[in-house]
Design a protein around this ligand. Structure first.
Ligand code: COA
Length: 185
């Protein structure tokens, strides 16, 4: 359901909030990094694209079926952008949802994605009443697979596809609200 009144979600080290104009520089810097773009839909990301993205996101609220919402992931102390994560609900009852996530290279390898996605799952299950959350991940994207497996997602399918002109395998991982309680307990 459209969450017009969305307020930032805080974890031990992070704040998941709406994107703001002050994020454009940092957002562009990591999206333009070819290591970050490798398994993502974009290439050679420009500052203008970053500016438009932040403008467009300002018009959206989380929880609208079929509309991806990107949460800025900022350091709690300084509120500086270090990554983002995406939630897209579908129109089923209860809704399913797909997620995505990115962390700027300078901040990778210290559990930021795991902490951000854990908070995103709590939001999806507890505040959006989502039944199952999915993540679609290239089979060669080991860091991303590490994140979802660590959080208790299960591999539910693999599809042969073509991405950026190259044949590849794409895994679908899923976690239900019930799986999540079991893995947390
Ligand atoms: C995927 C990504 C978000 C991970 O961010 P991160 O903050 O470094 O992840 P974490 O520090 O939370 O690490 C999560 C797990 O991945 C593992 N991992 C991290 N880097 C790894 C690497 N290079 N190779 C293998 N595993 C790795 C960690 O060991 C950790 O597992 P553990 O907690 O069980 O030990 C980051 O690498 C990224 O932004 N990649 C580019 C964007 C992308 O491909 N996004 C995914 C699209 S679905």
């Amino acid at each position: 359901m459209r969450d017009r009144a969305f307020t930032p979600i805080e974890t031990d080290r992070l704040r998941l909030r709406r994107f703001e104009p002050k994020d454009i520089g940092a957002f562009h810097a990591y999206r333009a990094d070819e290591r970050v773009a490798l398994f993502q839909s974009w290439q050679d990301y420009t500052v203008e694209q970053a500016r438009r993205f932040v403008e467009e996101m300002a018009k959206e609220d989380p929880g609208v079926p079929g509309v991806p919402f990107q949460f800025a992931v900022a350091e709690l102390d300084h509120d500086l952008l270090i990554g983002d994560c995406m939630l897209t609900l579908d129109a089923a009852d209860p809704p399913g949802a797909e997620i995505g996530f990115t962390v700027a290279p300078a901040h990778q390898g210290r559990g930021v994605a795991t902490e951000a996605v854990r908070a995103l799952l709590a939001y999806a299950f507890e505040r959006q009443d989502v039944g199952t959350v999915r993540a679609v991940i290239d089979a060669d994207n080991e860091p991303s697979i590490g994140v979802v497996e660590h959080l208790g997602f299960r591999l539910v399918g693999t599809m042969r596809t073509t991405f950026k002109g190259t044949p590849c395998d794409e895994h679908t991982y899923a976690i239900s609200g019930t799986d999540r309680q079991v893995s947390a307990g």
